[in-house]
Design a protein around this ligand. Structure first.
Ligand code: FDA
Length: 310
């Protein structure tokens, strides 16, 4: 119930307009978002790289309806790639197709994405296409397969969500193409017709899909903070002789930093998803929906910080 309400709130643009410049809300977002500028995001990456953790940078924004806004997002991604290269950061980028105009037209979206991918190729780096709600799953995979992957097989990858009933079949499809996949559980509210309503099915599907991707796929990103799943996959990889160079664990900025560090100490590769930008509200609400206890955790931190400043 609380999760559904928080996800509903994440879609309310009027509420975002209200909290956008609210100091309390901004300080709350700081736990999960690396500031609003490329500079603050790069600083966060420098700190991660110093700990042996790589990053993927995400300029927050989604569901863009004006072409000029999509083009501006494209230009900011080019600048981001330039900065990552200039500062020699160990980071690639993640992007949502709806931020590049997927809801306007596939042609506009393709043109903008191609310019980002050309720049990524120039720098020898990689662009991950985040996955959004189930209305976009087939559209995103078709767009990827029919318009993009053939021209940029080394530069681009997709995301699949273990909550979706279709995902085991999508994993087989992706392994057949040998395209790079990030596997996550899925952050959107979905109906039982397309997604598993029961968390234990989502988790079971996660482990099965992860093993298939690690065994037969191409350098998958195993994106979860679930300690039980991580322990199972790590033990399985070791017992089957799969080296730490065959996949990477991926986690979100500010989430389970203890586990991120532990995995690095244990010799596994870890990449952290570093979101930044002014459009932090829907992202923050999805993180709170995943773990409502974070509401109290964040409120406590912000209040402590506020009183310390006085
Ligand atoms: P789950 O939610 O079951 O949590 C397992 C444990 O992890 C919890 O018990 C808790 O200990 C910890 N945990 C999880 N979330 C936490 C939080 N917010 N704060 C503190 N602890 C937390 N989704 C999507 O739909 N499309 C996408 O493209 C992406 N991309 C993406 C990239 C990366 C790198 C990650 C890590 C995740 C995504 N996601 C995503 C989000 C993903 O689908 C999912 O919603 C979250 O990762 C939470 O799921 P977990 O796998 O962590 O498990």
């Amino acid at each position: 119930m609380l999760r559904s309400s928080l996800i509903w709130l994440s879609r309310q643009k009027s509420i975002f307009r209200f909290v956008r410049n609210n100091g309390f809300a901004k300080r709350s977002a700081a736990r999960f978002v690396a500031g609003e500028t490329i500079d603050t995001a790069c600083d966060a990456v420098i700190a991660l790289n110093a700990k042996g953790i790589t990053a993927t940078l995400d300029l927050l924004g989604e569901s863009v309806t004006r072409e000029e806004e999509a083009r501006e997002t494209g230009r900011r991604y080019l600048h981001l790639l330039d900065e990552v290269e200039r500062r020699k950061l160990n980071a690639n980028v993640s992007v949502k197709l709806t931020a590049l105009g997927q809801d306007i037209s596939d042609a506009v979206c393709e043109e903008i994405l191609r310019s980002i991918l050309e720049r990524a190729r120039q720098y020898g780096t990689f662009v991950r296409l985040d996955m959004e709600g189930s209305d976009y799953t087939q559209r995103t995979l078709d767009f990827f397969a029919q318009r993009i992957f053939g021209s940029f097989p080394e530069q681009v990858g997709i995301v699949l969500q273990s909550m979706m009933r279709r995902t085991a079949a999508d994993v087989t499809w992706a392994n057949g193409k040998q395209c790079r996949v990030r596997l996550c559980k899925g952050a959107y509210l979905e109906s039982a017709t397309v997604a598993f309503p029961d968390k234990k099915d989502v988790d079971r599907n996660y482990v099965e899909c992860a093993k298939a991707l690690i065994q037969d796929g191409r350098y998958p990103g195993i994106a979860t903070h679930d300690p039980v799943i991580i322990a199972e996959l790590s033990a399985w990889a070791k017992s089957t002789g799969i080296g730490a160079d065959r996949f990477e664990y991926q986690m979100l900025y500010g989430v389970r930093r203890d586990l991120q560090d532990q995995l690095v100490r244990d010799g596994w590769r870890v990449r952290v998803y570093v979101p930044f930008g002014t459009q932090w509200y829907p992202y923050l609400m999805r993180r709170l929906a995943e773990r409502p206890a974070n509401i109290w955790f964040i409120a406590g931190n912000v209040l402590r910080e506020t009183f310390r400043r006085r």
